[in-house]
Design a protein around this ligand. Sequence first.
Ligand code: HEM
Length: 567
Amino acid sequence: MACLGILAAAFLGAVAFITYFHHGEHHLHGASYFIQFLVACGISTAYLTWRQEYTFSESIQTTIRTAISFLAGLYITASSTVSVPSIHSIDSQGPQVPESAVSGSSFKSDNGNKRISLSSPPIENMVQSFVPKALKKIHDTGRKAPFYDINKPITSIQTTRDEDLHKQRRKLWGSAFEKTRLPYYEASIHEIHANLLARIDRDSKDEDDGLVNVTRLINHYAFDVMGKVAYGTDFDMLGTGKSHKAIDMLNESMALIGFMLPIWLIRVAAAIPGLTRKWSKFVAYCFEQMENCRLKPDSPVIASSLLSPCKDRELTPAEKRVLHGEAQLLVVAGSDTTSAAIVCALYKLALNPQITVELREAISASLPVDETEIRAQHIKGIDILNGIINETLRLYPPIPTALWRLTPAEGVWIDEETYIPGNVVVSTPHYVLGRSEDLYERPDDFIPERWYSKREMIKYEDSFAPFTIGKEIPFFLNKPKVTTNTNHNSVAPDIGSYSCVGRPLAMLNLRMTLAKLIHTYDISLPSSMTMEEVQAAMEGSMKDNFTLMPGQLNLIFKRRNMARAGP
Ligand code: HEM
């Protein structure tokens, strides 16, 4: 009898999957399913106790047995129904992705010599592809995957899956990065550079060994810049030497994303009271900054552009939801990404002093006579500077593995022999592609020239897209062969594209900050550590929390003894 009950429950689980769970998306209802499941278990226990005259403990045991059988039936049906479709070739091992990156198990597909990688859990029908042509194909055709519903009902340009809303927001964001706005951001960067240099000088003196904690320093710098250009707010993390309380809350929340849990589980966890308190506080803080910008609508900060359609009236509930999302995105999108790129570039420059010397000479040569300040217009065309940035973004893409896309309903042909069916979640990890021998000669070496004078070292250019590429317009790639010397002055990419709309600001900041630091300081490895120890400290503790979190990097900064080097 008990056996029959178990089989019936398992059968019901299978039917529930086939008739209901297999259709449409369910990740937003995880918490409500969970509650319904608990209520059903409670009702079952009560029914068995009062109507069937079971003892209380027998009722509980029978209910648990039935519940487990139901779930097993559902899970087994799901695992056997969801096929893993993508086929592509990868090297036997492939480069290792940073700690806590999407974990996947590789195995052979039916055609033998080709391999695919499947990320758990299988019910999400998820694959990672390392085929050279995959990145462009997937991002040209794919929609955003269910992962982007992570903050619902709060949404933003980045997380919305509604294409009309995305287009509306993209227009507003685009206006924040028009040519005419960049001089304001440049002036803010200059202002914060003064704090950056003062902090480096202070830290170099304060610490006994003269070491500067570059990871923390640049993190503080990047947040100070974003506070200023986004809202006109001074986080003053460089000045105080401490993280702003809002940024602490953000960091703790991002660490949770690093576990890369399936989206339905994140949504269930988010429904548990108190668990996302810090994240909510961070969002509320950012929204407050956004609200303050409503009082100064003509200020050239990014928030003003986002507020422009509603500057003279009350916000509707829908607008409030979007502006909460955009308020936090403004800080999150621009800070950790830029910070990771600057830290990793300084790391590579410290390891490669010869490249640093060449860069410094090129910077000096680019400055007009009597000019002591680094200005964007003078340095934007320096090949070696752009090559260093590209090479850094290739080896350490600030968004290393995520960017999940859902294939179109009709599926997509990646190349002549690789087809991925519709509605499959695909990720094309930049970190892995950037280190692939299929795409680059000597992929593990830092060779800035590969982006200008040694372009033959790039075997397949379309796979380099650290700012990702658009759904409609392959923005980053639609230009002549030289990708390094590109337009931080270009207007933002076209509406409809999911690529990084803040790229002009990111490139402006990367160029100016690297140029300023290299022009002002001699930067070297700590004498107390071997090169291997520096590498282990930096790369060994690198993390993927959606954005790349560099490990520990301590360097020595010595002011250069020359008139033109000072601030
Ligand atoms: C080195 C620095 C940066 C890198 C590598 C980078 C990279 C990216 C990538 C890969 C995406 C796609 C994300 C996704 O599809 O989920 C993205 C989107 C975005 N980025 Fe950046 N980013 C950087 C700096 C910035 C800055 C400074 C801003 C300014 C606020 C910014 C604003 C945005 C926004 C608003 C989006 C969403 C665009 C959309 O969905 O239409 N980013 N970025």
